[in-house]
Design a protein around this ligand. Structure first.
Ligand code: UD1
Ligand code: CA
Length: 425
């Protein structure tokens, strides 16, 4: 069945105390909203992101990164039900499924969303909500069930009676709807509640009153719906995400010497028998081959592709670069916007000078197979060093170097014998 998604991201995120909209705060260099969109993009053919607070910034991020997503402005923000109703004009004739998610739950997995949708379909429901059991549900919406355990509705904490507040089953904020059957609800929601808002959660009772089949899918792992409302939450989610990633990598044959001080983004792939040494920080999207040694203290900033048997050692920063098999960059280097072949050796202290601060242009450095760069060299991009060429230590390379040549930019060495003795007389 066809599936579209609506992601609610118009809220202010007051508790972040930030000039950046909440959904653009980042975990390992990827905005929270990016996690949600990545998790639905393989399931839904189109997504609507409801934007409001700092709408232009969120629109820009979505436009630049997600072809299958549209932004829809909600102004003013009158509640979650009102937020979803903003997408209604785009879905007038749509007859498939719609999944609705909060924009601030980066830990939800694609596989969980898929299971949730499968559950909705296999139970022939018209509306399914995701619920979870929390020991201390604080401000979350409480799930109200009938005596026979079927779903009755959701009560927001602010509207709940003391007895209802005792309920531990809560609304996770993820919904699956047969759009055709529920779209009418959005014109009929009321805002006669404690917050004077149009609650999306009221579609449950609306569905029941209109003879629809409503159902709840109880989530097994609460961690996945951990919502970000503060900087503390952001740090906690980053840690949870990292632990999950490192666990998964170790299960797939990657050695992580010290999981407690290694940071690896969810979008980094690593091959078998690669060893990640402590204090390594791999953010953004990267792909690392088999049998590599990375770190200690290596920093990947995204867009890095490393083939097999590569060694990237301490204090080496790599950004947007391809590194061929059996290549080494052991110590103290910056490799940016570069393409390195196989069996290349990068001496300690080598820098690719990729950025021209006058023109603001970034250029490429290309090192073909078997190139050897002597220590403390600067490769001023754009520059190509052809196969097998050597660069002598301490060089500043501003022109291309031919295959198998030696490039050397060094004032001749002078040795003044007994100079020290003479001057210190
Ligand atoms: C909501 C649910 C609650 C659930 C909780 C889970 C409602 C009424 N309540 O509560 O049952 O337990 O999520 O986290 O839905 N948003 C908009 N426009 C608006 C209002 C909100 O886009 O006008 C967005 C926010 O940016 C956020 C999401 O909707 O991403 C949820 O809004 P929020 O105000 O945080 O709802 P909760 O009070 O947490
Ligand atoms: Ca919330």
């Amino acid at each position: 069945m066809e599936l579209k998604s609506i992601i609610m991201a118009a809220g202010k995120g007051t508790r972040m105390k930030s000039d950046t909209p909440k959904v653009l705060h980042k975990i390992m260099d990827k905005p929270l909203l990016g996690y949600i969109l990545d998790n639905v993009k393989n399931l839904a053919d189109e997504s609507f992101v409801i934007v409001g607070h700092k709408a232009e910034d969120v629109e820009k991020f979505v436009k630049e990164n997600y072809e299958c997503a549209k932004t829809v402005l909600q102004s003013p923000q009158l509640g979650t039900g009102h937020a979803v109703s903003m997408a209604c004009p785009y879905l007038e004739d749509y007859k498939g499924l719609v999944i609705i998610l909060n924009g601030d739950i980066p830990l939800i997995r694609e596989s969980t969303i898929k299971k949730f949708i499968d559950y909705h379909n296999s139970t022939n429901s018209d509306l399914t909500i995701m619920s979870a059991i929390f020991e201390d549900p604080e401000k979350l919406g409480r799930i109200i069930r009938e005596k026979d355990n079927t779903l009755k509705g959701i009560v927001e904490a602010k509207d709940a009676t003391p007895e209802q507040l005792e309920i531990k089953e809560i609304n996770a904020g993820i919904y699956c709807l047969n759009w055709d059957k529920l779209k009418k609800a959005f014109g009929e929601l009321k805002n006669n509640n404690a917050q004077g808002e149009y609650y999306l959660t009221d579609i449950i009772s609306w569905g029941k009153n209109n003879g629809l089949k409503v159902n709840a899918y109880v989530l097994e792992n609460n961690e996945e719906i951990f919502g970000i409302n503060s900087r503390l939450h952001l740090a906690e989610a980053t840690k949870l995400m990292n632990d999950r990633k490192i666990h998964e990598l170790m299960e797939n044959g990657v050695t992580i010497v010290d999981p407690s001080c290694t940071w690896i983004s969810d979008d980094t792939e690593i091959g078998r028998d690669t060893i990640i040494y402590p204090s390594t920080y791999l953010e953004g999207k990267n792909k690392i081959g088999k049998n590599c040694k990375i770190g200690p203290f290596a920093h990947f900033r995204g867009g890095v592709e490393v083939e097999d048997n590569v060694k990237i050692g301490n204090f080496v920063e790599v950004k947007k670069s391809k590194i061929g098999s059996n290549t080494n960059a052991g110590h103290l280097s910056y490799i940016g916007d570069s393409e390195l072949g196989s069996h290349v050796n990068i001496g300690a202290g080598t820098i690719t000078a990729n950025f021209n601060p006058i023109t603001n242009v970034k250029s490429k450095t290309v090192l073909k197979d078997n190139v050897k760069i002597g220590s403390n060299s600067v490769l001023v991009a754009p520059v190509t060093i052809e196969e097998g060429a050597n660069v002598a230590a301490g060089a500043v390379i501003t022109k291309d170097v031919k295959a198998w040549a030696l490039a050397i930019t060094r004032a001749p060495l002078k040795v003044l014998e007994n100079w020290v003795k003479k001057v210190s007389k």
